[in-house]
Write a protein that binds this ligand. Structure first.
Ligand SMILES: C[S@@+](CC[C@H](N)C(=O)[O-])C[C@H]1O[C@@H](n2cnc3c(N)ncnc32)[C@H](O)[C@@H]1O
Length: 220
């Protein structure tokens, strides 16, 4: 399963940014950048599923963290992110630890004061989502923050059917290429609530089709 997902994202990697821009314009990156202004500089940030590195450049430019652990299942995505970093911020190479893998490949003892999940949790099946969120939570320091950015089905607006159809089409494509085996967007809000996270900041983009939230733990 993991192998199939990796092969799919490896295949997509060279065109990913192009298609992302074609379908969503700048909103994918804008939604990831928007709430960065609410975060204080931290020591250690974990970026899971960062992709080709656009967000990473933004984190470095804004000096969001001293150290970054950048985890992605696709070696091609990691290579693109590394190349970008070398080109744009060569002096910062040592501040980023690239891991080609997933949550299980992060050192169990490693703790972060910020976790960022940019459009990655939608790639996790419903049955794996809770354990993965739980695992990520165990890496978060007690006062740590979690910047969550992903797709969203608006609850009450008339954009709901349109968003629903968009998600179905997206999953149709990703299921063929990456074998994700997912049909519906999980209820992320409910999942974070189950883990006792509280949203401190929230913003919607593209007629509520995208959401960014900063979560904090409500217990240790
Ligand atoms: C939909 S793309 C989003 C990329 C980037 N964050 C963006 O917004 O443009 C999902 C990314 O997560 C990675 N990914 C998918 N499943 C993963 C997993 N289980 N663990 C780690 N990375 C994963 C993919 O390789 C890909 O780079």
């Amino acid at each position: 399963m993991q192998r199939r997902v990796r092969a799919g994202f490896n295949f997509l990697a060279p065109f990913y940014d192009f298609f992302s821009f074609l379908f969503f314009g700048n909103s994918i990156l804008n939604s990831q950048k928007f709430l960065l202004q609410e975060l204080k500089k931290c020591k250690n940030v974990l970026v899971l599923g960062g992709g080709s590195g656009k967000l990473l450049m933004e984190l470095i430019k804004r000096d969001v963290a001293e150290q970054c652990c950048y985890v992605d299942i696709s070696n091609k995505m990691i290579a693109l992110a590394k190349k970008r970093l070398e080109k744009e911020f060569s002096k910062k190479i040592k501040s980023v630890n690239f891991i080609c893998g997933s949550v299980n490949d992060i050192d169990e003892k490693q703790k972060f004061d910020l976790i960022i999940t940019p459009y990655i949790l939608d790639c996790i099946t419903q049955e794996n989502l809770s354990p993965i969120l739980q695992q990520l939570k165990s890496h978060l320091l007690p006062n740590g923050k979690w910047l969550f950015i992903d797709f969203n089905i608006p609850k009450n607006s008339n954009a709901k059917p349109f968003s629903f159809a968009r998600v179905r089409i997206m999953y149709f494509g990703f299921n063929i290429i990456c074998g994700l085996g997912i049909k519906q967007l999980p209820d992320f809000e409910k999942e974070f609530l189950k883990l006792n996270f509280l949203a401190e900041h929230e913003n919607y983009f593209l007629r509520e089709f995208q959401v960014a939230r900063i979560y904090k733990k409500t217990e240790g």
